[in-house]
Design a protein around this ligand. Structure first.
Ligand SMILES: Nc1ncnc2c1ncn2[C@@H]1O[C@H](COP(=O)(O)OP(=O)(O)OP(=O)(O)O)[C@@H](O)[C@H]1O
Ligand SMILES: [Mg+2]
Length: 236
C-alpha cells in the first residue's frame, strides 16, 4: 500500500539484531526487521528458520537472549510479564493455523472474551463481537461451538477475535495452512480488505500465492535471519 521511500510513516515493529537459542538450536540469529503502519509483510522461509519464533517475539510471548524488540513504540524488553500480557491484549491480534479457539465457548463468546480480558464490560464486548462476526459473514454461527464450525468459519471467528481490541498489528502464522482452497481464498480476501482499511499485517506463510495476494513486501528468512527483502506487485 505504501512505498519503501516514505519513511515518515509510523514504525509498528522494529527488531534489531535479535538472537534466541533453544538449547543447541539457534531459532533467531541476528534478526532485524522494520514494519511500518499500513504495511502488509509476508515472511517466508524453510521449516525451522525461525518464523514462528519471530512472531512470538513480536507478540511478547517470548523474549530475546539479546537484541531489542519494539512494537507500537514500546520496547518489549522493558515490560514485565504482566505488562507484556496487557500490551499483547491491547495492541496485538494473532491468528494461527489451527485457530486456537476455546472449545467450551460458542463463537460469540470466543470473540467477546478478547475484549472482556482488557476490561470491557461484557455487554459492550458482546455487541462489538456480534458486529465483527457480522462483518466477517459468520453472525449466524454466533451460538455454535468451534467443533461444529467449518475450518473457514473457525478462522473467521479467530480473525474476529483478533480484531476485537482494534490491534495496531495483526500477526498471522500460516492462517490458511489448515483450510481447503476455497476457505483459504476467503481468508485471504479478508486479510486484503483489512489491509486496505489500514490494518498492519505480518503474515508467516509457506504459500507463495498467499504472499503475492495479501502482502506488499516479502521478507525471506533462513537460519534465523533475513536473507532477502523484496516488494510485491499488488494483486490485480
Ligand atoms: N519452544 C521451543 N523449544 C525448543 N526448540 C524450539 C522451540 N521453538 C522453536 N524451536 C526451534 O527453533 C527453530 C526455529 O523454530 P520456528 O518454530 O521458529 O521455525 P518456523 O520457521 O516457524 O518453522 P515451520 O515453518 O516448520 O513452522 C527450530 O529449530 C525449532 O526446532
Ligand atoms: Mg512455524
Amino acid at each position: 500500500m505504501t512505498t519503501d521511500q516514505d519513511d515518515s510513516r509510523q514504525v509498528v515493529v522494529r527488531l534489531d539484531d535479535v538472537h534466541k537459542e533453544y538449547g543447541e538450536a539457534k531459532a533467531l540469529d541476528g534478526m532485524s526487521l522494520t514494519v511500518h503502519a499500513g504495511d502488509a509483510v509476508a515472511v517466508m522461509g524453510p521449516s525451522g528458520c525461525g518464523k514462528s519464533t519471530l512472531l512470538n517475539m513480536v507478540a511478547g510471548l517470548d523474549r530475546p537472549a539479546s537484541g531489542t524488540v519494539q512494537v507500537h513504540g514500546q520496547d518489549l524488553g522493558k515490560l514485565n510479564e504482566t505488562g507484556l500480557a496487557l500490551f499483547r491484549r491491547r495492541h496485538i491480534g494473532m491468528i494461527f493455523q489451527f485457530f486456537n479457539l476455546i472449545d467450551d465457548l460458542p463463537a460469540l463468546d470466543n470473540v467477546a472474551l478478547a475484549a472482556q480480558l482488557t476490561g470491557t464490560p461484557a455487554r459492550q464486548a458482546r455487541r462489538r463481537a456480534l458486529e465483527l462476526l457480522d462483518e466477517l459473514g459468520v453472525a449466524d454461527r454466533r451460538d455454535v461451538y468451534p467443533a461444529a464450525l467449518s475450518g473457514g468459519e473457525r478462522q473467521r471467528v479467530a480473525v474476529a477475535r483478533a480484531l476485537m481490541n482494534r490491534p495496531a498489528l495483526l500477526l498471522a502464522d500460516e492462517p490458511t495452512g489448515a483450510l481447503d482452497s476455497r476457505s483459504g481464498e476467503q481468508v485471504m480476501d479478508l486479510l486484503i480488505d483489512l489491509n486496505q482499511i489500514g490494518q498492519t499485517l505480518l503474515i508467516v506463510t509457506h504459500d507463495q500465492h498467499l504472499a503475492t495476494r495479501c502482502a506488499d513486501r516479502l521478507v525471506e528468512m533462513a537460519d534465523g535471519h533475513v536473507v532477502r527483502e523484496s516488494s510485491l506487485e499488488p494483486a490485480p
